[in-house]
Design a protein around this ligand. Sequence first.
Ligand SMILES: [Zn+2]
Length: 173
Amino acid sequence: MTARMAECIPLLPVEELARRRRRQESKVGEIWALLDEVMDPEIPVISLYELGVLQDVSCEGDTVKLVLTPTYIGCPALGIMEEDARAALAAGGYDQVVVETRLAPAWTTAWLTPEARRKMTSYGVASAEAGDIGCPQCGSENTQVISEFGSTACKALFRCLACQEPFDVFKAI
Ligand SMILES: [Zn+2]
């Protein structure tokens, strides 16, 4: 293995690499781009693509097909994501949309891009996958879990013992 190759082997799961390749090689890049406007309803600075929920986009005739993988099974935000995606596509002139929910492979926090993690932290939601849970307000790692369930079931509620601020943590799943 050359050094160059080693550089190219990122710390991304194979599913995430395959997803990026699907987008790169897609013939409907403009539809992916339209969907970049669709944000996670719970963390509205991260798009469905960055979150890893938008898995695939294809087009058959006039019908656009989306494949979505929810962040966890039964995530109530999925319905909102689907509606928002349909609205964004309708605004771009695509009225006929079929949405497939794909549960396997299951979404994991490992699919979050470094960019998505950074945005999440600046929005005030920490990511459990990042190791020690640092406070998004002051950066202190002197934090404690208050509740396994934060503002939504996929987040836990933490408190920072340095600045006393409570904050949500996206659970590593
Ligand atoms: Zn703090």
